[in-house]
Design a protein around this ligand. Structure first.
Ligand SMILES: CC(C)(COP(=O)(O)OP(=O)(O)OC[C@H]1O[C@@H](n2cnc3c(N)ncnc32)[C@H](O)[C@@H]1OP(=O)(O)O)[C@@H](O)C(=O)NCCC(=O)NCCS
Length: 408
């Protein structure tokens, strides 16, 4: 089968670059396509067994198998599915490959998402071997793998269909490659250098202060200028940070999560820099599902400290970092002070972030926008109060949270 034919069938015209990446080795994989009954990952038993481990419910598994039969009846779709399975699971770059997948032109909408589920499930046996080779615990892999069902549920809410998006396929590769772990309530990436956001100082009495990194542009409210496309009409201001052998001077991030324009100086006799950009930190992700109970989060952070100390001992992290719509400083005025989201914010220091918040979709459901939320009935307290907030002209933002490793 000609690679050109596959490209014109499944890739949109603007996916040329992705097609180049995905269709690598097409001649080899297509020539090695086994007979249908010999392709293990599309056998009903394989799907049933591995989907159950991902917590996918029996009625949904039946639908996956039904859609799989329709997909694999078509010779081009079968060859392409086999090829994608090979290229995603062959090397170490499964995540990049998954993200370069096409939007699957010319596959019926009710089967598209199943195509990606089949690919996600197909990687699980290899992940078991990979985790074993790395000496990583299988029970954590099993817990982590259940994230697939969270994506299946999300897709169902969004499209009323069975499936996952290609983005979720990429996310699952991070789990399989052992770069993302679910430990209790939260998910954690392997330690990475902290971006250019802030410095943390500590004094002898364990008081903490947070200073913005230098060269960041803030608006008159102490937020990143341009966040949610709102620009300071007077041009905003740029943060400074000066360190010499005696002192450090910079713009403090206050307890409410805003950056102060006035400069503050700390004597290095009294204050020590305990975290700076480039130090190793662990990114936290908050999967949907269970409430964000503070005890569960604390336990999860402590599990992460133990896990990373044991399995990634050469990459000692100094802190955890999270970036999310949940970390908007304005939520303190919107939610009750004992709500889980506010209590989560209080586990560390919040700081301003750029980017556009996906709060509206997260709170009111897929396809929600600030203009259509009034046509729905609002059930939870956050839906009611956020609707009022938006009605009064409010705009929700993203925020960051940094939690020092020692507090857990
Ligand atoms: C994170 C999450 C579990 C927090 O929920 P929670 O533990 O109930 O949080 P809170 O206690 O602060 O909630 C306060 C109120 O808001 C409601 N609420 C919280 N998150 C909500 C959401 N995403 N949609 C609708 N209502 C929500 C709660 O039900 C509660 O309502 P009530 O007072 O009427 O009982 C929840 O928002 C969620 O599942 N989000 C999806 C995952 C996500 O957004 N991750 C971050 C990605 S960057």
């Amino acid at each position: 089968m000609q690679s050109k034919k596959i490209i014109s069938r499944f890739f949109a015209l603007d996916e040329e670059e992705n097609a180049r990446q995905i269709m690598v080795n097409w001649d080899k994989t297509s020539s090695q396509l086994p007979p249908l009954e010999k392709i293990e990952f599309i056998q009903d038993n394989f799907i049933r067994e591995n989907a159950e481990k991902a917590n996918i419910s029996a009625p949904i598994i039946i639908q996956i198998i039904k859609q799989k039969k329709l997909l694999t009846k078509d010779a081009e779709t079968l060859s392409f599915l086999w090829h994608c399975h090979q290229i995603i699971n062959e090397g170490d770059n499964g995540r990049e490959m998954a993200e370069a997948m096409p939007e699957l032109e010319n596959i019926p909408p009710e089967s598209k998402g199943t195509f990606f589920i089949l690919l996600a499930i197909s990687g699980f046996p290899k992940a078991i071997v990979h985790w074993k080779d790395k000496g990583l615990p299988q029970n954590i892999l099993l817990e982590t793998y259940k994230d697939l069902n969270v994506w299946v549920e999300y897709y169902y809410r969004e499209f009323n269909l069975i499936g996952i998006k290609k983005r979720a396929l990429g996310w699952m590769q991070a789990h399989f490659n052992a770069t993302l772990f679910k430990l209790g309530r939260l998910q954690f990436n392997v330690p990475r250098p902290f971006g250019n956001y802030l410095y943390i100082l500590k004094d002898k009495k364990n008081n903490l202060r947070y200073l913005s990194a230098e060269g960041k542009k803030y608006n008159c409210n102490g937020l990143i200028d341009g966040v949610d496309d709102i620009w300071d009409e007077d041009g905003g201001w740029i943060s400074t940070l000066k360190i010499d052998k005696n002192q450090i001077t910079g713009n403090e991030i206050n307890r409410k999560g805003y950056v102060e324009k006035n400069l503050t100086t700390f004597r290095l006799d009294d204050w020590k820099i305990i975290l700076r950009p480039g130090d190793l930190v662990i990114n936290i992700h908050i999967p949907a599902g269970e409430p964000l109970a503070t005890d569960a989060c604390r336990k999860s952070l402590s599990m992460a400290n133990n896990f990373f100390a044991k399995y990634f001992s050469t990459k000692e992290h100094k802190a955890f970092v999270c970036y999310s719509w949940l970390l908007d400083s304005q939520l303190k005025g919107i939610l009750k002070s004992d709500s889980n989201i506010i209590r989560f914010q209080k586990l560390g220091q919040i700081f301003p972030m750029s980017g556009t918040s996906d709060a509206i979709e997260r709170i009111f459901g897929p396809h929600s926008t600030k203009d259509n939320i009034y046509s729905q009935t609002h059930q939870s307290s956050i839906q009611k109060t956020v609707a009022k907030f938006i009605d009064n002209g409010g705009i929700l933002r993203n925020g960051g949270l940094i939690i020092l490793r020692d507090i857990c």
